[in-house]
Design a protein around this ligand. Structure first.
Ligand SMILES: NC(=O)c1ccc[n+]([C@@H]2O[C@H](COP(=O)([O-])OP(=O)(O)OC[C@H]3O[C@@H](n4cnc5c(N)ncnc54)[C@H](OP(=O)(O)O)[C@@H]3O)[C@@H](O)[C@H]2O)c1
Length: 238
């Protein structure tokens, strides 16, 4: 069973669809059931929990992730004044942290896979990812002026530094798309360990449907998982 948060979002709903198509059982934590596409609402393998993820108690989260194989996050701040600048400012970080704590509390027999939808604007500080001075300045400004950017950075940093590569209860991958675009169909894409272009001055594009495809492949394909475990792959449309 795979727990999905941000399942009503533009990428999350595609991820839920693709996971169900692959035969997975999905538990989606959503604020609004109506925001899920009709194509998945009646699916026998979909369980819906109606709640705002950060409002759930520790005990409720522990029950939700009990026996799950993976947790996938497509959470993001809504592009409104309140979504960008209001509370909760640490939506993604806190959701990942609390779900991680819930998994660890349950002491699973096998490590639970966490797949975090992140961004190319976030650096993987485990490896040397050099960026130019101008980009560094812009990212620093974003960090202080746009809370969702700092939230994305801290969510990835939590997995990277607090969970790390050797945790017995959790393994993780943080997927970094470039500028997101909508597309009807899957297309070819490539993944890299680090950005191959500037996220600020020369951004590429990544279809949400391709992000959903890569995230679902990661959870379903052990070989691919081992290739990217504890890393932050960047994904671009080709
Ligand atoms: N835009 C880009 O070009 C770009 C590029 C790279 C990475 N990203 C990152 O990709 C991620 C997802 O992008 P997207 O466009 O698919 O996102 P999206 O359509 O905005 O979806 C966001 C999801 O988060 C949920 N959410 C928002 N605020 C919440 C709250 N306070 N409590 C609980 N749930 C909440 C939304 O639920 P509701 O439906 O209930 O509102 C929705 O399910 C984001 O983290 C973003 O930073 C974006």
């Amino acid at each position: 069973m795979i727990v999905v948060i941000g399942a009503t979002g533009a990428t999350g709903r595609l991820l839920v669809e693709q996971l169900l198509q692959r035969g997975e059982s999905v538990t989606a934590i959503v604020r609004s059931i109506e925001a899920l596409p009709a194509s998945v609402l009646q699916h026998k393998n979909l369980q819906i929990i109606q709640a705002s993820v950060l409002d759930l108690s520790d005990k409720e989260l522990q029950d939700i992730v009990k026996d799950c194989d993976a947790v996938a996050s497509c959470l993001g701040h809504n592009l409104s004044f309140k979504g960008l600048l209001g509370q909760p400012r640490h939506l993604v970080r806190d959701a990942i942290q609390r779900l991680s704590q819930a998994v660890i509390f349950n002491k699973p027999n096998n490590a639970v896979k966490f797949v975090l939808m992140n961004s190319t604007g976030v650096r993987n500080r485990d490896i040397s990812e050099s960026i130019g001075t101008a980009q560094k300045c812009v990212i620093t400004l974003l960090r202080y002026l746009i809370p969702p950017h700092a939230d994305n950075e801290q969510a990835a940093d939590y997995l990277r530094t607090q969970i790390g590569p050797q945790h017995t209860a959790i393994q993780w991958v943080a997927v970094r798309p470039d500028t997101l675009i909508d597309a009807e169909k899957n297309s070819s894409y490539k993944t890299f360990a680090s950005p191959i272009r500037s996220a600020i001055f020369d951004p590429g594009s990544t279809s949400r449907i391709n992000v959903a495809h890569f995230m679902s492949e990661l959870m379903g394909d052990e070989h691919l998982w081992q290739q990217w475990q504890a890393q932050m792959p960047v994904i671009y449309n080709t």
